[in-house]
Ligand binder design. Structure first.
Ligand SMILES: *[C@@H]1O[C@H](CO)[C@@H](O)[C@H](O)[C@H]1NC(C)=O
Ligand SMILES: *[C@@H]1O[C@H](CO)[C@@H](O)[C@H](O)[C@H]1NC(C)=O
Length: 336
């Protein structure tokens, strides 16, 4: 770089020397150079405008393409690759092996050890609490892998409370484009439905063509999950370091009796389930190795109660109970 600069400056000096030899005065040279500089300024202004418009167009193309899932992924990949290469030059390569740039007190890759089992060995009941601070939820429950039930999280600020019943669900799954066209990614039921055809299932249910049935499913489609998110709120006690999960689950049933628990496989580090209508019985089974020292815990959620637990310690199952319709919604979050 420096060499090239020196070369250019030498050339200019040479030119200057030659001009003087030819009898040009310094003033003449300045005048000539002036018109040349003006020309250059004009050119660069035009070029600058052109570059800007090209950049703008490029930016919009890149932005528009980012709506396509696999292209978005390749952007992430490219950004990550560029980042990894540049940190090497900036001497930040120590970050390469790090999970996070800024450590989060909640974020640790954890596995359950025998020591952890002391956390659950004396839990017989899940406490029911209200007006609880997020600090308390974080310290006393999430960090301790202790479940809790919050009785005032589902309130009238949740449109879901007054709206969710089988009939209402049928209406939104029939009318809303986002819900109608998105098959669930996980569907379990005693009613067999081709490709988890939810509008059909809800239609049969609300017309009483099926009775004694249950179904639960995960709304993985982004638009569908987003639509359903408009019917509930992020639980008020959720600590700010819990990032809400994008997908959500619906657990619905009507007069279904069974002796068998159904896995509620909400695959997120932190899980919550809100009972909107009717009741469900839940079972929290400790994972290995804690299943040898800790016993499963059972609880029944009444309307407007919200169960919170961590996936690390507990396997969640549920059993539809009661003689009426039951509707529950679930979601969760990540610790980061
Ligand atoms: C909730 O808790 C806060 C602080 O702990 C207290 O100031 C407030 O009065 C409580 N609200 C209710 C309705 O109990
Ligand atoms: C604990 O869980 C593991 C895996 O599911 C199982 O193989 C084992 O038998 C369980 N132990 C007890 C005491 O239930």
């Amino acid at each position: 770089m420096d060499e090239k600069r020196r070369e250019i400056s030498n050339k200019i000096e040479e030119l200057l020397k030659k001009s003087r030899e030819k009898g040009l005065t310094d003033q003449d040279i300045q005048k000539q150079a002036g018109s040349l500089l003006k020309l250059q300024r004009k050119w660069s202004w035009r070029a600058w405008k052109r570059y800007c418009s090209i950049l703008l167009i490029l930016f919009f193309i890149i932005y528009a393409l980012s709506h396509i899932e696999f292209i978005k992924r390749s952007y992430y990949w490219a950004a990550k690759t560029i980042f990894i290469y540049t940190v090497q030059y900036n001497g930040w390569s120590s970050f390469y092996m790090d999970e996070c740039l800024i450590p989060n007190p909640f974020h640790e890759i954890r596995t359950l050890t025998n020591e952890d089992c002391e956390l659950c060995e004396n839990i017989k009941l899940i406490p029911r609490l209200s007006n609880i601070s997020s600090a308390l939820v974080a310290e006393n429950f999430l960090k301790q892998d202790r479940p809790l039930i919050v009785t005032d999280a589902v309130d009238n600020t949740w449109p879901a409370v007054s709206l969710y019943n089988i009939n209402f669900l049928r209406q939104i799954f029939e009318k809303e484009e986002e819900l109608k066209s998105a098959p669930p990614c996980m569907y379990a039921s005693n009613v067999r439905m081709k490709r988890g055809n939810l509008p059909k299932l809800l239609e049969l249910a609300s017309n009483n063509h099926i009775t004694n049935w249950y179904a639960h499913w995960e709304n993985c489609d982004k638009q569908a999950a987003k639509k359903l998110r408009t019917f509930y709120q992020r639980p008020y006690f959720m600590p700010s370091m819990v990032e809400g999960g994008e997908t959500n689950w619906l657990l619905i049933s009507s007069r279904y009796t069974t002796a068998k628990f159904k896995p509620a496989d909400i695959n997120l580090p932190m899980v919550w389930i809100a009972q909107l209508k009717g009741e469900n019985k839940f079972r929290l089974t400790p994972r290995e190795p804690c299943n040898s020292t800790c016993s499963p815990i059972y609880t029944t959620l009444k309307p407007k109660e919200l169960l919170v637990l961590t996936d690390l310690m507990w396997i969640l199952d549920y059993m539809p109970i009661g003689s009426e319709e039951s509707v529950a919604i679930g979601s969760g979050g990540y610790f980061d």
